[in-house]
Ligand binder design. Sequence first.
Ligand SMILES: NC(=O)c1ccc[n+]([C@@H]2O[C@H](COP(=O)([O-])OP(=O)(O)OC[C@H]3O[C@@H](n4cnc5c(N)ncnc54)[C@H](OP(=O)(O)O)[C@@H]3O)[C@@H](O)[C@H]2O)c1
Length: 301
Amino acid sequence: MIKKTAVGASDIQFSELVYGAWRLADDTDRSKAHIQKKIEACLDVGMTTFDHADIYGDYECETLFGQAFREMSEAHGITQHVSKCDVALISDKFPDRRVKHYDTSAGYIQQSVDNSLQRLGIECLDVLLIHRPDPFMDADETGAMLDSLVTDGKTRAVGVSNFKAHDYHLLQSRMNNRLITNQIEISLLANQAMTDGDLAYLQTERMTPMAWSPLAGGALFSDDPVAVRLRPALQRHADAQGVDITAIALAWLMAHPAGIVPVIGSNNLDRIRAAADAARVQMTRHDWYELYELANGHEVP
Ligand SMILES: NC(=O)c1ccc[n+]([C@@H]2O[C@H](COP(=O)([O-])OP(=O)(O)OC[C@H]3O[C@@H](n4cnc5c(N)ncnc54)[C@H](OP(=O)(O)O)[C@@H]3O)[C@@H](O)[C@H]2O)c1
C-alpha cells in the first residue's frame, strides 16, 4: 500500500506515487466506466493523488477524468488533484492562436484554473503548477495571481514544473506563498537532475520533486540500448524482491533522499496496481549505484 508524504514544507500530503492523466485520451477505451476502473485501481493501492494539466489530450483529459470522477462520491474526500497551466497549444479549440506559446498573464492563469476546476468537477485544486517557464513572464503579475488563487480558495498551494533554479528564484521572489514542488523529468534513462543542480536546489528549498515519465515514457521497456543494458539488473532485483521491474525502476527514484514522487502514466489496470509494489522494495546504496552506473554506461569517477 502506498503511503502519504508531505509536499515541501506545506501541510499538503500526496501519495508517494501519483497517477498522471496525460495519456487518458490515448487509451483505446476512453469510456467513463473504464476511467472509473483506472481511478479505482489507483485508490485500491493508496494512489490518491492525480496529476492533470489543462492541455492534456488537446484539452480533453480533464473533461474525461471529471466525467468519471464526479460520480465517484466516495473518492472525493480522499483524493488530491494537481493541475497545470500556461502552455497555449495550437488547437481547433483556439482557432485564433497563430503560434504555440506560454501565457503566465494573470487573466490567462485565472481562466485556465476556472476551466480546470469546472472540467474536473471540483471546487479547489490541491496544487496548481506553472507548466513551463515562460520567457515572457512578468514575475510580479504572475506571482500576485498565484497568491490570489490561494487566497481565493481556488488552489490550496502552488508550484512549478520544468523550472530551473533561476526560474524558480525569480517567481518565488515576487510571492508570499511558497512554491512547494517542481515537476521535472527524472528516470533511470533521464537522470541528469541528479547532478545538474535541479535536485540540489529543490532540496535546498525543501521543495518536493515530482518526477514525470519515471519509466521514461515506456522507453525502459523498449530496445533503447541503455534500457537493454539496464533490464537484466532490474530483472534480477525484481526477482529477488518478488516484484515487477517497474517497481524497481520506481523504487530507484523513491529511495532518493530528496523525496522524489514519481508520476506514472500507464493506462493498464494491472500495471497501475503493480506499480504500488515500489513502496515495499528495499534499495541499498549498492543497488542504487549499480543501476545508476548501468544507466550512465560507466562507473562514477
Ligand atoms: N510536467 C510535465 O511537463 C510533464 C511531461 C510529461 C508527463 N507529465 C506527467 O507525467 C505523467 C506520466 O508520464 P508518462 O506517461 O510518460 O510516464 P511513464 O509511467 O514513464 O510512462 C507511461 C508509458 O509507459 C508504458 N509502460 C508502462 N509500463 C510498461 C511495461 N511494463 N511495458 C511496456 N510499456 C509500459 C505505458 O503504457 P501502458 O499504458 O500500456 O501501460 C505508458 O505508455 C503524465 O501522465 C503527466 O501527468 C508531466
